[in-house]
Design a protein around this ligand. Structure first.
Ligand code: FAD
Length: 549
């Protein structure tokens, strides 16, 4: 990783935009002003405010290399990976930095940190892979004297595998590639593959209720967690692995989605399964968004569905092709081919099948019959291979776009099939109206990639010319408009990115709505588990008042 990685960039890869891609952006978005990032060493940070006595106690608990408060480490922990985080850091603004970073190596050390910070009124922000896109890592003091980021990257071991029950127990800070590599040696896999796969941690997935690209087959993380250990200022909550139970409410569900506000997950037991014998990915084109949505619904409501299912709307399909780096000649040939079949304004569908040969053959056959009945056009394996090759490219490309002066951000929601069209139209319209400049509309694309028998998620990608110097205000206004549209259409505040600070203003309907019984029950639980209110203040729960926002 280069020096700026994890400060302003996703990694060392620096994709370049082809000339046609640059032309496409200039034509569609207008003038762009390049933005070069400020180096991490030049970041401006608030003075560290950790009291000397607290620092001594933390050092005694964690050891001499278990606590850092140098400017570079603090700046690298100044927020997550949302557009707003990246823009602030690119401009050298690390005001979201914590006062110190603790690196525990055991549950005992985590408990010690929670005890010391509770005694000394220091806020604690648990840190997994640092990929939050909803402000979940912002160092909010909320009346505390200082903020400590609790970086779990040194708790990254595979603790055990139960090959009979097919479960694996991990420490929380392990990154997915390392977790999958350790399991692959035993012929096993978790199958949780979000786009942030390379950097996010297992603990982070659990507390944000993450959903991976293969959620249709493997399930979301909620479906994979069978046991968990969480440290709270009151002590440890240990929910042992269980396959099914009617012993009261399932408290695992309180840990899932708790976003570091109730405790720190220090151990997680996940369902695993045998590595698939074969993998088949392929592309199709649906004739229209409406056709594509119907195809998704029929797949979701029928038996034997694919493991990966994706439908891009016409705008996302055309923008992906324009930015994909495909040579002009190939693009024109593809366009002619699609035109000849009447689907040049169509919607890309990606299907992925993983498993035993016969099972894959059965499910593919079923999906093919369904797609043909909807007059979708097959693109074959090469489209699937291309998707696989680029499945983790998005964040690298985003760095290049931000360098070029493009506002590039995503947001997501979900609803029932019957509400999906209204939600889609409402959010697109809100983003387009908010980001229109000088008569030019932004590029707003959307895809469905998580389907259920009763509904689906919508994932929007937005590209616009950044308002140089006012990027934060520009995106904050657009995000607010999108949030209001989501509420108006009855969508959830988040399908898989979680709440953080970005959605806490609109989360109440998801938590039971007025008169706020659900929210108050959660607050009561938090005040029991975290009486000093040190755990990730200002996240998840709706603000009490404007002073709290
Ligand atoms: C480019 C990109 C692509 C993404 N793609 C997807 C995707 O496909 N699917 C998806 O679901 N999400 C996606 N995300 C969002 C993000 O990766 C997920 O929310 C992920 O689950 C966060 O994991 P993390 O380890 O990085 O957690 P962090 O970002 O470090 O933390 C997230 C929140 O959890 C808390 N936390 C972290 N670890 C613990 C712990 N052990 N105990 C208690 N609290 C903890 C933090 O305080 C914070 O509030 C993407 C993000 C990016 C930047």
């Amino acid at each position: 990783m280069d020096n700026n990685s994890s400060w302003t960039s996703w990694g060392a890869q620096q994709p370049t935009l082809t000339e046609p891609a640059q032309e496409f952006l200039a034509t569609r978005l207008g003038n762009l002003t390049p933005l070069r990032p400020v180096a991490v060493e030049d970041a401006s940070l608030p003075d560290a405010r950790l009291p000397a006595s607290s620092k001594q106690r933390l050092l005694a608990a964690l050891g001499p290399d278990g606590l850092a408060d140098d400017a570079v480490t603090r700046a690298r922990h100044a927020g997550g990976q949302a557009y707003l985080d990246l823009i602030r850091r690119r401009r050298g603004d690390a005001s979201d930095a914590p006062d110190a970073i603790a690196f525990p190596t055991s549950s005992t050390a985590v408990n010690d940190v929670l005890r010391i910070c509770s005694d000394d009124h220091i806020a604690v922000v648990p840190w997994g892979g640092g990929t939050s896109v909803v402000g979940g890592l912002a160092a909010k003091r909320d009346g505390g004297v200082a903020v400590v980021a609790l970086d779990l990257s040194r708790m990254d071991r595979l603790l055990g595998v139960d090959p009979v029950s097919l479960t694996a127990t991990f420490e929380p800070g392990v990154r997915t590639p390392a977790a999958e590599a350790a399991l692959a040696e035993r012929g096993l896999t978790i199958g949780h593959v979000p786009q942030s796969f390379e950097r996010a941690s297992l603990g982070g997935y659990v507390v944000t209720r993450s959903s991976g690209q293969a959620s249709s087959g493997y399930g979301r993380i909620d479906d994979l967690v069978v046991g968990v250990r969480m440290q709270t200022p009151r002590g440890e909550l240990h929910l042992a692995p269980v396959s099914g139970s009617a012993a009261g409410p399932d408290l695992r569900r309180l840990v899932l989605g708790s976003e570091g506000t109730l405790g720190v997950v220090t151990e997680v037991t996940l369902r695993v399964r045998a590595l698939p014998a074969i993998k088949r990915y392929e592309g199709w084109v649906a004739r229209s968004w409406e056709d594509g949505v119907r195809i998704m619904r029929r797949i979701a409501q029928g038996p034997g569905r694919p493991d990966i299912v994706r439908l891009s709307d016409p705008d996302e399909t055309s923008v992906s092709l324009a930015l994909s780096g495909t040579a002009g000649l190939q693009r024109r040939a593809l366009d002619t081919w699609l035109r000849a079949r009447g689907v040049h304004n169509g919607c890309m569908v990606i299907l992925g099948f993983e498993g035993e040969r016969r099972d894959v053959a059965y499910r593919r056959g079923r999906a093919h019959r369904l797609l043909r009945s909807e007059r979708a056009v097959p693109l074959g394996k090469s489209a699937g291979a291309s998707w696989v090759a680029h499945r983790f490219s998005g964040p690298y490309l985003r760095d290049t776009l931000l360098d070029s002066g493009v506002l590039a951000e995503t947001l997501e929601t979900a609803t029932t099939w019957s509400g999906l069209a209204g939600l889609y139209d409402g959010v697109r319209q809100a983003l387009t109206d908010s980001l229109r400049r000088d008569g030019r509309a932004p590029l707003v694309g959307c895809h469905i990639s998580h389907i259920y028998p009763t509904g689906a998620s919508l994932y929007f990608t937005v590209l616009a010319a950044a308002d140089t110097g006012a990027e934060v205000e520009q995106w904050s206004a657009a995000k607010h408009a999108a949030n209001q549209a989501i509420v108006a259409a009855g969508g959830t505040a988040s399908h898989h990115h979680a709440v953080g600070t970005a959605h806490r203003d609109i989360v109440e309907p998801d938590l039971g709505g007025a008169p706020g019984i659900g929210v108050e029950a959660l607050r009561a639980l938090k005040s029991y588990l975290d009486p000093a209110g040190i755990l990730n203040p200002g996240k998840l729960l709706p603000p009490h008042s404007s002073a709290d926002s």
